[in-house]
Design a protein around this ligand. Structure first.
Ligand code: SAH
Length: 374
């Protein structure tokens, strides 16, 4: 299941690792910064563009690294709220990155909040019963360079839109690690990628505007609490008692609520910022008022924000979202206790729901896409 690329991706190197590689070749220390500047600031798409590097050095770089480890296969732009970018990896596996514009009251789509949702694995091993991404299991972890490359492609796309602005990720409000995969199950690669995304020599995106979402891997939540970059945390709770959660999330067997809740508390205390509890509402599964009351108690205890997400129907799965009325009554139980809660009802507008729709693409999808692209 481990992917062994022919060459490592340059987008997976940090300033330190690249400096070390270059010093083996007798290059001065400032060379690494020059190269990273070409990649992240000038957004060079070929080695030849890197004009302040000698020809032999460029030749060595080309032999040693893959400049861009993923290729854009399809860019599905919608005038609506979500755009989807489909990428092909070195082993032909497919992943998606989603751009979500969450409309704000009284402003046009261009001024809306913009979020990028990135993937961290091909498929997922968590096997949550309601989720499209886990239907075919885990194929493999993404490499750090493949995670960073998703965001670099978003920069290329912004450049194409407005070449003079050269805005990169500056027009985006948030990055959410909520695409395909369980980020904390691919911890080292994800943390390395986010270090590159955050670094001033990299994409320069603030750690506090990056949210990691997890199905609840307790030891990794505790480890994340000690990371210095201050990432935000969202927990996919989806059941407020073990009885309900266990039915839809197998991870609850290893990490039941009595282990998960104290870990979230540790994270909140170390961070000083509210954690988000995500709760998909699924009819007759977790939408009872008893669940609402149990969720209220957990959220109040954790000083957490609750994000209620109407379930998005997944082809081949039996569930549906509750009626609007029922969802409002559920939310009221939390509102009455002054627990901060959001419930967005417009179809497709919810970030988690949009990300949660990512499904492992099949060979059949590839054929259809290739035919569509001509
Ligand atoms: N593995 C991580 C991140 C990926 S899932 C996690 O579990 O948090 C991102 C979010 O989408 C999660 O909250 C997930 O539970 C949610 N989601 C999955 N399927 C969904 C669906 N059909 N409708 C709405 N949200 C869904």
């Amino acid at each position: 299941m481990k992917f062994a690329p022919a060459k490592p991706a340059l987008t997976g190197e940090t300033l330190e690792t690249l400096t070390a590689r270059l010093s083996e070749r007798g290059e001065p220390a400032f060379r690494a910064r020059q190269i990273l500047d070409w990649v992240y600031k000038k957004r060079a798409r070929s080695w030849d563009e890197m004009s302040n590097l000698s020809k032999p050095l460029r030749a060595w770089l080309a032999e040693t690294f893959e400049l861009m480890p993923i290729g854009l296969l399809f860019d599905k732009q919608s005038r609506d709220v979500t755009d989807k970018l489909l990428f092909e990896l070195g082993d032909r596996a497919l992943i998606e990155t989603v751009i979500i514009r969450a409309p704000q009251e009284g402003v046009g789509l261009d001024e809306s909040r913009k979020t990028i949702c990135i993937s961290t694995q091909v498929g997922c091993a968590m096997a949550c019963k309601f989720c499209a991404s886990g239907l075919a299991g885990l194929k493999r972890d993404l490499e750090a360079g493949e995670i960073v490359a998703q965001l670099l492609h978003v920069c290329y796309r912004e450049d194409a839109h407005d070449p003079r602005a050269h805005a990169g990720l500056a027009t985006f409000d948030n990055i959410v690690v909520m695409g395909m995969g369980e980020p904390l199950a691919n911890y080292d690669a994800v943390l390395r990628a986010l270090t590159i995304v955050n670094a001033e020599w990299g994409l320069g995106f603030g750690g506090r505007r990056i949210t990691l979402s997890t199905s609840g891997l307790v030891p990794k939540i505790l480890r994340l609490a000690d990371e210095p970059l201050g990432f935000r945390l969202a927990i996919s709770l989806h059941g407020a008692t073990d009885e309900v959660r266990e039915k839809i999330m197998p991870v609850n067997k290893a990490y039941p609520l009595e282990k998960l809740i104290p870990a979230i508390k540790v994270f909140t205390e170390k961070h000083g910022r509210m954690v988000t509890l995500e709760f998909i509402l699924i009819e007759d599964v977790n939408d009872s008022l008893d669940q609402a009351a149990a969720l209220r108690d957990i959220a109040a205890d954790l000083h957490a924000h609750v994000n209620l997400i109407p379930y998005n129907t997944v082809e081949g799965l039996p569930w549906k979202r509750p009626s609007g009325n029922r969802m409002e009554r559920f939310a009221d139980v939390l509102r009455e206790a002054r627990v901060p809660v959001t419930l967005r009802r417009e179809k497709g507008h919810d970030i988690d729901a949009a990300c949660g729709q990512l499904r492992l693409k099949t060979e059949k999808d590839r054929e259809t896409l290739e035919a569509a692209a001509g």
